[in-house]
Design a protein around this ligand. Sequence first.
Ligand SMILES: Cc1cc2nc3c(=O)[nH]c(=O)nc-3n(C[C@H](O)[C@H](O)[C@H](O)COP(=O)(O)OP(=O)(O)OC[C@H]3O[C@@H](n4cnc5c(N)ncnc54)[C@H](O)[C@@H]3O)c2cc1C
Length: 463
Amino acid sequence: MNHSKFDYDLLVLGSGPGGEGAAMQATKGGIRVAVAERYTQIGGGCTHWGTIPSKALRYTITSTMKALRNPTFREMGVHVSPTLEQMQRGTQAIISQQVSMRQSFYERNNVPVLRGNARFLDEHTVSIDGCEPIRAKHFVIATGSRPWHPPDVDFDHPRIYDSDSVLNMAHKPTTMAVYGAGVVGTEYASMFRNMGIKVNLINTREKLLEFLDDEIVDALAYHLRDQGVIIRHNETMEKIEGTDDGVVLHLVSGKRVKTDALLWANGRTGNTDNLGLETIPLEANSRGQLVVDEQFQTSIPHIYAVGDVIGFPSLASAAYTQGRAAAMHLLGKVDGNLRINDIPTGIYTSPEISSVGKTERELTAAKIPYEVGHSLFRSLARAQITGETTGMLKILFHRDTLEILGVHCFGANASEIVHIGQAIMNQPAGHNTLEYFTETTFNYPTMAEAYRVAALNGMNRLF
Ligand SMILES: Cc1cc2nc3c(=O)[nH]c(=O)nc-3n(C[C@H](O)[C@H](O)[C@H](O)COP(=O)(O)OP(=O)(O)OC[C@H]3O[C@@H](n4cnc5c(N)ncnc54)[C@H](O)[C@@H]3O)c2cc1C
């Protein structure tokens, strides 16, 4: 690398998982790396407004409400109704742990974190908060995304929230509308319901989370409804009216839904508007996202983009892998083993959902002769012992080669369980089959045993 013309070989914009993955991989490759971050702390939206606070909140709600529903507490006369703010109290400690751990990565690897908003001045130069220009040979844009705000919705109204501001909700509403039934909307709807709030989940599409396997989607819809969530599909917002005592959601269909508060969870936009892209020139699409090729290069080859700013799948897990892949490419060390397209889905609703690989819909459309093996959690000893009997593991496999094609799971710890299937699915041909599960001894009682049960169930369907 020619060090003379540039202050850094790589300047990463953003310190979320995408930026961190790129920065750490690049510094290990021996080049001079710096990261620009405009927020006061590192970690990105992932640590401060997205993954970490929402998952910490979910854990607190689930464990607290489970304890409060315990008949022993009731008999003891314990009747409390915690607010969201009370449930949030432990979250800050987790965020602080995450920030200090991640800060140590940058310190240990001598990667400076430059504080302020980075803006391009030309293809190799950015200024941070308008200060001294910094020149770098390569850039990775990992500036993330934020909730999209339609212009006619008043987000300053104290009862209208988005997924960032909902974390500061001080009171506990009795009723809540969630507009948008994507991953964020569905997860929050599930959390609110767990707290005893009456929830209306308004879906703009025909089904919940259409990218999932149909059987899993149906199970999710069934269980949410069973818990008392009202789901309305195929609805579109006409207007949202904030009043003194609530929010009225007017739908194009003529329906009106009045609740104490509303969470807007319909779409996100990439953080590209403050980057000075017009000076490079690089254009973001209508959702503020950047288009990249398979190596995560934008149309300007030394400027890469990763994570939420490039859109789907908009997951912290994927952003980190993409950041590493971009760094490897710019180091000239393309690692064919980094599975950038093998991204599992983890959805932290109640029940939890996770999947990897193809769905039945995709396999049917591709005319692949597959078969299905099921295991219901209620028939597993471990689930019976823990009382977490809601759930199912489903393995899709090729009926001739027995290769595993997809793994879909819902129920307690689904997001962990799926990785066993993912590991086998990714083995080379001949080792990636159902036979691993029929021939392996599993600890007993475990949830992992679901794989053996599902595999035998699938084998029984073959003729
Ligand atoms: C409620 C919610 C729950 C979620 N749950 C999950 C989950 O369970 N699992 C999962 O995998 N994903 C989850 N996600 C998604 C996940 O949070 C994102 O996919 C992930 O944060 C994207 O990482 P990133 O590095 O692209 O961007 P971010 O984490 O958003 O980081 C971007 C960083 O760039 C900084 N920045 C922006 N512009 C500039 C600039 N011009 N100069 C300097 N710095 C800048 C920002 O301040 C920010 O720190 C969730 C998201 C939400 C909203």
